[in-house]
Design a protein around this ligand. Structure first.
Ligand SMILES: *Cc1c(COP(=O)(O)O)cnc(C)c1O
Length: 452
């Protein structure tokens, strides 16, 4: 399969090249040249083992590695999840389900993309003999998942910017307590968007990117999006047959990567009624889906910090498909956005999507209500998914993180805090951070001094 830029520049690239480059050279994002149809067998069968399904799906896109090699990479990526289903579907009521995506090593859904990327990068370094430097910005969970995917691997150094004081203590510990010498967690004074802007700036300086052999792990990397497609199919095949006709996936959303993956599989034939974009009080996407206007606001720190985002990178992929894959008009809109700071999408039509927004009070109330009604504890991000659900329709709420990552907020809501042994151990380990000024110039200098 070839991959093309949403902005139409450059020549199409292979899977391994799209993986290595992250951002396309024209500043656009890679998308598959076409979306193949899913085989109907995948959809009627009972849930397959996760790794087998992942191979069926990913081999449609990764036509570079031979089967055996890809099987091995996938097995290593998904073999040590704490639940043998990897993404088990829990039924809370007749037509209400939770897809648990927090059984990976860093306890968030981001492990699904970043475990795979970690192993693919390792394979790339072995194959080419060229070491790489990974650069990313995180609102908490991407960083810990990337670090768990790459800590201690040979030939790679990892630089992760995160907004100091705006992520949970355990998220910070997951990044800073690895003891691995190839990991550089960089706290910056600013927001996630500031970090993401620095990463984007450095990544679009092609000379620097080439010289440092930079690779991206943010959800601008198309391989992450593809990896996340798999669990939508896995969820669907775990549903009782009666619930398969009118499925609504509810996705706690920040950067729009996770929900976009679901929408892509829907384009490939997965029957879905609607995708519900669940935002916190940072509600740019809620406003977008209600008005067609994409207008960033300032970020207000919330109880769901991994969604404290205004500029959603994957929005560009959405625009591209909304423009019926017209890269020229996508480029024009993105240029207008850069110039004016906001855009109104012409002929806006997103009937597959609807959106909700949760304030911090809603988050606490939803955690409490889910516990009371179903004796189930959700984390503050997942709690946004329980906002204003229509009880007459089938909902699958994606549980994006383990509640034990956010003990203070859960305690505030229900008076008790869930725990997890892997997190308890972190509290006894020393934190190592590399504070750098929040500017592209300062981060550039730091990378030059610490690159591999
Ligand atoms: C990253 C994250 C989100 C947002 O996902 P996007 O793909 O950025 O929309 C939601 N919940 C949790 C727990 C996360 O870590």
């Amino acid at each position: 399969m070839e991959f093309v830029s949403t902005r139409g520049g450059g020549t199409p690239v292979s899977f391994t090249e799209a993986l290595a480059r992250g951002l396309a050279p024209d500043g656009g994002l890679y998308v598959p040249r076409h979306l193949p149809l899913l085989s109907s067998a995948i959809l009627v069968e009972d849930a397959m083992p996760y790794a087998a399904l992942a191979w069926d799906f990913l081999s449609l896109f990764d036509t570079d590695h031979d089967s055996e090699h890809l099987v091995d990479i996938i097995d290593r990526s998904y073999g040590d999840f704490s639940d043998t289903m990897n993404a088990p579907l829990q039924q809370l009521a007749d037509n209400l389900f939770v897809l648990e995506l927090f059984h990976g090593p860093s306890l968030s859904f981001k492990d699904f993309g970043l475990q795979l990327i970690g192993n693919l990068f390792e394979e790339q370094i072995e194959r080419t003999g060229i070491p790489i430097n990974v650069l990313g910005a995180t609102s908490g969970d991407t960083g810990s998942a990337a670090i768990h995917g790459l800590a201690g691997k040979k030939g790679v150094n990892v630089f992760i910017l995160y907004p100091e004081g705006r992520i949970s203590e355990l998220q910070e510990r997951q990044m800073t307590c690895t003891g691995a010498e190839n990991i550089f967690p960089i706290p910056i004074k600013g927001t996630f968007d500031d970090g993401q802007a620095i990463v984007k700036e450095l990544m679009s300086d092609l000379e620097f990117k080439d010289k440092m052999r930079l690779s991206a792990i943010n959800s601008i990397n198309v391989v992450r999006v593809l990896a996340q497609c798999v669990y939508y199919i896995h969820a669907y095949t775990q549903l009782p047959p009666d619930n398969r006709d009118d499925v609504n996936f509810v996705v706690p959303t920040g950067n729009f990567g996770n929900i976009f993956a679901g929408w892509m599989v829907h384009q490939m034939g997965l029957p879905v009624d609607q995708f519900i974009v669940a935002t916190n009080q940072n509600d740019i996407l809620y406003r977008l889906f209600n008005s067609g206007e994409y207008h960033p606001d300032v970020v207000h720190p919330s109880h769901a910090p991994s969604m404290d985002i205004q500029v959603a990178s994957n929005f560009e992929r959405f625009l591209y498909y909304h423009n019926e894959k017209n890269a020229k008009s996508t480029l024009a809109l993105m240029e207008q956005f850069k110039k004016d700071g906001s855009i109104t999408i012409p002929n806006f039509n997103a009937s597959n999507f609807s959106a909700t927004r949760s304030t911090d009070e809603d988050i606490l109330a939803n955690i409490r209500r889910v516990k009371e009604d179903y004796d189930y504890v959700v984390d503050p991000h997942t709690a946004c998914g329980f906002q204003n659900l229509d009880p007459d329709r089938t909902h699958v709420v994606l549980a994006t993180a383990h509640p034990a990552k956010f003990p203070e907020i859960i305690k505030k809501a229900i008076g008790e805090a869930p725990t997890d042994p892997s997190l308890d151990a972190l509290k006894r380990t020393k934190m190592v951070t590399y504070p750098v000024e929040a500017s592209a110039a300062a981060v550039r200098k730091f990378i030059e001094e610490n690159c591999i």
